[in-house]
Write a protein that binds this ligand. Structure first.
Ligand code: APR
Length: 231
C-alpha cells in the first residue's frame, strides 16, 4: 500500500509554465479587473467580455506546457497514492501525467449551458456568443466564478480527510471555500508548503515551509518525502 499524498495546488504551480497568477499583479489579471471578468455579475453584465477573456485564457493554456513541478507530482505516483486538488482551470497536471486531479474551480477545456451546470461539453477553441447548448441556452466556460457555489468542495474536503501526507503548492490561500480545505487535513500528519512567498500565517501543525519557486521547491519536497517513505 502506498502512502496517500494529498496535494492542494494553485496558480503558482503554473507560473513557471508562463500562466499568470491572479494576485501577483495588484488584482489585475492580464490587465483585467477580476470583478469584470470572473464573477457571476460580470457574466450578466457583459457576457461577451467574459467570453472573450476566457477564450484568451484557453489560448494561453493551449500554448503552455507542464513544468518540472507538475512533472514531479506526476512521477511521485510511482511511490505514493497521489491525489491532487487544484484551484487551477488549466490541464497541466493531466498533461504532465497525473491521474487523479480534482478541479475545484472548473476547467478551461470544458463549456456548459448557462442554465444547466450538468450539460457539459469539451471545447478546445473559442466559444462564441450565440453558441447554444442542447437546452437552447448560451454556452459559457465551465468555470466556477465568484458568487457561484463550489460544487466540488465536499468531495475535496473528503479527500483532505484521507491524507497521510499533505502538500500545498503555489496558492495564496485567500479564496474560500478552497482555503478552508486545510482544516480537514488530519492535524498530526506531516505537511509541506511550497511557495515563492509563503502566504500562510495560520500555523498548521507539523508544517515544513519551503519558500522557493515551484520546480525548485518540489525537488526538495521529493527528496524529503522519499526519505520518509524509505524509513
Ligand atoms: N512558484 C511558486 N509559487 C509561486 C510562483 C512560483 N513560480 N509564482 C507565484 N507563486 C505563488 C504566490 O506567491 C501566491 O502565493 O502562487 C500564489 C498565487 O496566488 P493567487 O494568484 O492568489 O492564486 P490562487 O491561490 O490559485 O487563487 C485562488 O482565486 O481568482 C481565483 O478562482 C481563482 O483559483 C483561483 C483562486
Amino acid at each position: 500500500m502506498k502512502n496517500k499524498l494529498v496535494v492542494l495546488t494553485g496558480a503558482g504551480i503554473s507560473a513557471e509554465s508562463g500562466l499568470k497568477t491572479f494576485r501577483d499583479s495588484d488584482g489585475l489579471w492580464e490587465g483585467f479587473d477580476i470583478n469584470e471578468v470572473a464573477t457571476a455579475t460580470a457574466w450578466k453584465k457583459n457576457p461577451a467580455l467574459v467570453q472573450e477573456f476566457y477564450n484568451m485564457r484557453r489560448q494561453n493554456v493551449k500554448e503552455a506546457k507542464p513544468n518540472e513541478a507538475h512533472k514531479i507530482l506526476a512521477e511521485l505516483e510511482q511511490d505514493f497514492d497521489v491525489q491532487i486538488v487544484t484551484q487551477n482551470i488549466d490541464d497541466l497536471h493531466e498533461r504532465a501525467g497525473s491521474t487523479k486531479v480534482l478541479h475545484l474551480h472548473g476547467e478551461i477545456f470544458k463549456m456548459r449551458s448557462e442554465k444547466n451546470e450538468d450539460l457539459i461539453y469539451p471545447i478546445h477553441d473559442d466559444i462564441q456568443m450565440g453558441d447554444k447548448a442542447e437546452d437552447g441556452a448560451q454556452l459559457r466556460p465551465q468555470i466556477v466564478w465568484f458568487e457561484e457555489p463550489v460544487y466540488m468542495i465536499e468531495p475535496a474536503a473528503n479527500l483532505m480527510r484521507t491524507a497521510e501526507i499533505f502538500l500545498i503548492v503555489g496558492t495564496s490561500l485567500v479564496v474560500y471555500p478552497a482555503a478552508g480545505l486545510v482544516n480537514y487535513v488530519p492535524w498530526k500528519i506531516e505537511k509541506f508548503i511550497v511557495d515563492k512567498k509563503i502566504p500562510y500565517s495560520t500555523p498548521l501543525y507539523n508544517l515544513t515551509a519551503i519558500e522557493k519557486g515551484a520546480s525548485e521547491g518540489m525537488r526538495e519536497v521529493r527528496e524529503l518525502i522519499k526519505m520518509k517513505n524509505e524509513k
